[in-house]
Ligand binder design. Structure first.
Ligand code: PLP
Length: 438
């Protein structure tokens, strides 16, 4: 209650805007996840730079959410600002290609090893397209995804395992999936090789769509050998393997695909690759490219196909080129991955000091703390560790002390602009909050 009062006192203007928005925006927000923030309402942003942003009430925040990866490269990095502002004056979209698209495809080819690339306006769209391509080339109906994964609001993927029956069912709140998800989808637990083999053997599976490390239920690493089995079994059963690197690009320039030497059939990237301007990309193997091209001949592609009018628009392609060439480079990761380790050391130090049954995980510049002692091995375990009330309290208390964490769990992203002082501030605030709840 005390934290809620403090929140409302510090965020009067945000409160007024939220009240006004009730008349025109569904639930008072322009995108429904924005209702998820701790506090009586979301704070409204005024401006941002680097690892910080200011809200409309003039409060300054250290941002560890960074647009849930959309701004992983830091807010408004100079090369991207320059490229976007200069380019906008030359036109934004033509439904004709620009040279930047070729440059981006070649760079993505180099990073992820996939031969052919296409662009989309979001990772959600990209995932929708890769699943359609997979069904087309395999002529099979189903997709395998992992329990409590997230790949955007793609119908086939918003499903979970029903705890009582073990069957695939729609995720709560998934807003009217087009048909029973059990027809389109088989959900299995991450790291369960037997469940994977059963799914591939007994269901008619076009593709497995996987994050290489789960991030949307917290960071859940693959057990040693899981990726090898995933590739071996998908090959054995003629199923395509799609690796969604939208979040896991936090692991390095070529995401986990490069870092772990994975050999998927398709890769999806999005969010931060064009500095938060809506853009995503998906790549596929040479073999798949040939099959895809045959399936969508030019005379049919505009009425079916896999594109979108604003996909590969000139402005987003220019922004992506600036990001890939000057921001999201080896140097970026060299700087922030060690900082992310220090962030977790700070948190783990507090956990150890107060003997809490919690732990921390890390993937590249992404970190997480958990309300369980052992790292989770799959989405079901991760979901069981969620303590909604404790989460809300910790997020709200952090927010009141100038720190923004990702609302869905206790995830923090470290950008190249995050400093040691920022990390020390987080550790001090984390300890203060822990002391309050003990
Ligand atoms: N794929 C993954 C792994 C994601 O985490 C997300 C969003 O969180 C998406 C796809 C969808 O991205 P977008 O909301 O930008 O379409």
């Amino acid at each position: 209650q005390k934290e809620m009062e403090l929140f409302e006192k510090k965020h009067k203007k945000s409160g007024e805007l939220y009240k006004k928005a009730q008349d025109s925006l569904l639930q008072g927000v322009p995108m429904n996840w924005m209702t998820k923030w701790a506090g009586s309402y979301p704070v409204f942003v005024a401006k941002a730079k680097g690892a910080h942003f200011q809200d409309v009430d003039g409060n300054d925040y250290l941002d560890f959410c960074l647009g849930d990866t959309g701004s992983m490269i830091g807010h408004a990095p100079e090369p991207a600002v320059k490229a976007i502002s200069e380019y906008a004056a030359q036109g934004t979209t033509f439904m004709l290609p620009t040279e930047d698209a070729v440059w981006n495809a070649e760079e993505l080819q180099r990073r992820f090893g996939m031969k052919y690339w296409q662009f989309a306006t979001s990772a959600t769209d990209a995932n929708r397209f890769v699943l359609r391509l997979a069904r087309e080339v395999t002529q099979r109906p189903k997709v395998v995804v992992y329990n409590w994964c997230y790949h955007g609001t793609v119908d086939e993927t918003v499903a979970i395992i029903d705890e009582t029956t073990g069957k695939t069912v729609a995720k709560p709140g998934s807003l009217g999936p087009q048909c029973d998800p059990a027809i389109t989808t088989k959900v299995i637990e991450w790291n369960d090789v037997q469940a994977l083999e059963d799914a591939l053997k007994y269901e008619d599976v076009a593709a497995v769509l996987a994050e290489p490390v789960m991030t949307n239920c917290g960071i859940v690493h693959p057990q040693p050998g899981y990726h090898e089995k995933l590739r071996e079994l998908t090959k054995k059963y003629g199923t395509l393997l799609i690796i969604d690197e939208t979040h896991t690009i936090c692991a390095g320039v070529g995401g986990c695909t490069k870092a772990y030497g994975l050999e998927p059939d398709m890769v999806v990237v999005g969010k931060t690759v064009a500095a938060g301007i809506p853009a995503a990309a998906y790549g596929f193997s040479a073999d798949l490219g040939a099959k895809a091209a045959a399936a969508i001949p030019p005379e049919l592609c505009d009425i079916g196909g896999i594109g979108g009018t604003l996909a590969a628009n000139a402005l987003s392609m220019h922004a992506m080129r600036a990001v890939l060439s000057e921001v999201l480079t080896e140097k970026f990761y060299d700087k922030n991955i060690p900082l992310a380790a220090r962030f977790n050391e700070g948190v783990q130090g507090v956990i150890d000091k107060y003997d809490l049954p919690w732990n921390t995980t890390q993937l590249g510049c992404r970190t997480e703390y958990w309300f369980r002692k052992e790292p989770a091995q799959n989405g079901g375990q991760a979901e069981a560790a969620v303590d909604f009330e404790l989460d809300q309290y910790m997020h709200l208390a952090s927010l009141n002390r100038g720190i923004l964490m990702t609302p869905f769990h206790n995830m923090a992203l470290i950008t190249a602009e995050t400093s040691q002082a920022d990390i020390d501030k987080h550790t001090a605030v984390f300890e203060e909050i822990v002391k309050n709840i003990l």
